[in-house]
Design a protein around this ligand. Sequence first.
Ligand SMILES: [Fe+2]
Length: 293
Amino acid sequence: MNVAVSTVPAQALKIERVKEHIGAIVTGIDLAQPIDGATRKRLYDAAVDNVVLVIRGQEHLSPGELQAAAEMFGELMEDQNRRYLVDGYPLISVLDNRHLDSKGQPAKVGANSTWHTDHTNQELPPKFTMLYAVAVPDKGGATSVCNARAAYESLPADLKRKIDGAKTENTLISSARMATANPDIVKAQRESTKPPTVHPLVRTHPETGTRAVWFHKAKTETVTGMSPEETQDFLQELTEKITQPQFCYAHEYQKGDLLIIDDRASLHKAGFDYDHSQHRRLYRMLVRGDRPY
Ligand SMILES: [Fe+2]
């Protein structure tokens, strides 16, 4: 007698949109079970279409099962911060409000609390950032995600013209931000001999062909024709224009949520509006992307 291959019953899986421009919540799936190709494609397409996908109810996953689930979305890449990793899983990094820096002080996490996309200092930044909730505060501590392609479309024509051909020079931390940054990152930047990585300020999504504003302010040394200080002010103004509420979704975690963010069409930030005596711990995985253009 043949043993049936376990697949996800199509009728159990639900993908519900959160807002017009952003977000979808997935229920009725267990990522520890084998997932068939059609279901994988539904999840992948939903992540791209909705910019951020939340898969609920995965608190039972082991790190190995979590990594295998993440690999459905592509090849994982190393987090460039090698200090906080899950033991035995070098492709799963840890974000934790109880981390200490190399001097034993509570680690500063300021760069994550402003709107950004990940690892822009690399030639091939991630296509997806995935966040898995291990410990969550009672309320607050959301990850907010902004649909930067819908926001780009909404910009006035003169501003679009100004940013369309602009380039960003990306480092680990902008010289204009060093005074308030995590000292380990400042030290790494001071010791780095790597020239800045140049990317477009508005990138084209390789799968949909849409355009999106795309930057990490704290890592941007300059935008074409601007000094480091002017760059920070300009990117702040641009951030305010594109992170209007209709384009954004703030996800307050339940334990076991897996968030999948399409980095090619979004900016995101971590929320610090929670009781810091409570534990907030997320695992992060990055899926390797293409060179932005
Ligand atoms: Fe991030």
